[in-house]
Design a protein around this ligand. Structure first.
Ligand SMILES: Cc1ncc(COP(=O)(O)O)c(C=O)c1O
Length: 386
């Protein structure tokens, strides 16, 4: 048996040591507080579950779904976009359903990267941008996200020769793992850059609704000319607590969506129609739950930010996402710091190195446990000697 080179090219799994320590700690009866998981801890809203229940018993949902998503789902996406961002989308050509946004993000590289082509990807970042490039036999070119630049890539630092060879750029705001946000001025710069070098821009907008303190995230497609060069990847996972349902969508440039659909029609057969009906309910029904979730995350954010600032950090409250990206103390590596928190305080955080080389020196805290447990985590940290 000879496994393909592309599997060997995938970066090693970095969390094996922490996973082992976590398993040991649990075995030894340690009360673990897990701040490592980027998965909402609250259930999917009732109206969405009810719609699935109704839909699943209707035999009309039992056959193969249309590849691009049902007409109703694509229409619902188009209406949601118009209401939320003022962006017009042609539901037939500019919207496509995905089996969660991860699926579309992984496959877009196969539609745009030929062997040897470059992708421009942020670091630290959601790892799929890199692995998607490698699976397409392309070269990932790193755009460092530095704190001094507000965790935005500096487009002027991209080498001219690489920019000319690049086919895709990925950006992601609100950002995982840094919690950073971007404004329209940044998006305008990206559109200009993409037009100059003829690059497809993919904006990963998974955290679009998870925002706090009156901040509202702008869509990349709100910027003039963005649809000429770009796609936006969306997910119902975080917005509606639907991570396990596997429903997302991509919107924007019709030609790029058509290219992606050629890859997808040869790999998958779409999303179960009953889930798409539930998705229509999510997008067109009451949006009150989003507000409730954001209030809940704001409370949690305040506990962690205030708690850590009392311990010597100097963190600003994040405006979006449920991630807090904190520098390690005493110049510790992210892995050593995460290990220390696990061993001495029973707290799991994600080492920044798992998101790329520029994640080194940071760890990510996810606000996916309740207030009491977060307070307990802060208490435990207080008793640690750093
Ligand atoms: C930045 C980012 N993009 C995309 C995804 C994928 O979400 P899904 O496939 O559930 O839509 C995630 C999930 O954690 C994420 O953090």
């Amino acid at each position: 048996m000879k496994i393909a080179q592309r599997i060997k090219a995938i970066p090693p799994y970095l969390f094996a040591e922490i996973d082992k320590k976590k398993a040991e700690a649990i075995k030894n009866g340690v009360d673990i507080i897990n701040l490592g998981i980027g998965d909402p801890d609250q259930p999917t809203p009732d109206n969405i579950i009810k719609k699935l229940n109704e839909s699943v018993v209707d035999p009309k949902t039992h056959d193969y779904p249309p590849y691009a998503g049902t007409e109703d789902f694509r229409q619902a996406v188009s209406i949601w976009y118009k209401n939320r961002f003022g962006v017009n989308l042609d539901a037939d050509r500019e919207v496509m359903a995905l089996i969660g946004s991860k699926e579309g993000i992984a496959h877009i590289f196969l539609a745009f990267i030929d062997p040897g082509d470059f992708s421009l990807i942020p670091d630290p970042a959601y790892p799929v941008y890199k692995t998607g490039t490698l699976f397409a036999d392309g070269f990932p070119y790193i755009m460092p996200l530095l704190e001094k630049n507000g965790f935005l890539p500096d487009l002027e630092e991209i080498e001219e020769e690489i920019a000319r060879k690049a086919k895709i750029m990925f950006i992601n705001y609100p950002n995982n793992p840094t919690g950073a946000v971007a404004d329209k001025t940044f998006f305008e710069k990206v559109v200009k850059f993409a037009k100059k070098y003829d690059i497809l821009v993919c904006h990963d907008f998974a955290y679009s609704e998870m925002t706090y303190d009156d901040y509202k995230a702008s869509s990349f497609l709100e910027v003039d000319g963005a649809k000429d060069v770009g796609l936006e990847f969306h997910s119902l996972s975080k917005t509606y607590n639907m991570t396990g349902w596997r429903l997302g969508f991509v919107v924007g440039n019709a030609e790029a969506i058509s290219a992606l659909s050629i890859i997808k029609t040869n790999i998958d057969s779409g999303v179960f129609k009953a889930i798409q009906r539930a998705g229509v309910e999510a997008l067109t029904g009451s949006q009150d739950n989003i507000q409730m979730m954001n209030e809940m995350y704001t409370e949690r954010r305040n506990i962690v930010i205030n708690g850590l600032n009392k311990l010597g950090w100097n963190l600003k409250p994040i405006k979006a996402t449920f991630y807090i990206w904190i520098p390690t103390l005493n110049n510790m590596s992210s892995m050593d710091f995460a290990n220390l928190l696990l061993e001495k305080a029973g707290i799991i955080v994600t080492p920044g190195i798992g998101y790329g080389e520029y994640g080194e020196g940071y760890v990510r805290i996810a606000l996916t446990v309740g207030e009491k447990r977060l307070q307990e985590a802060m208490e435990r940290l207080k008793s640690l000697q750093f």
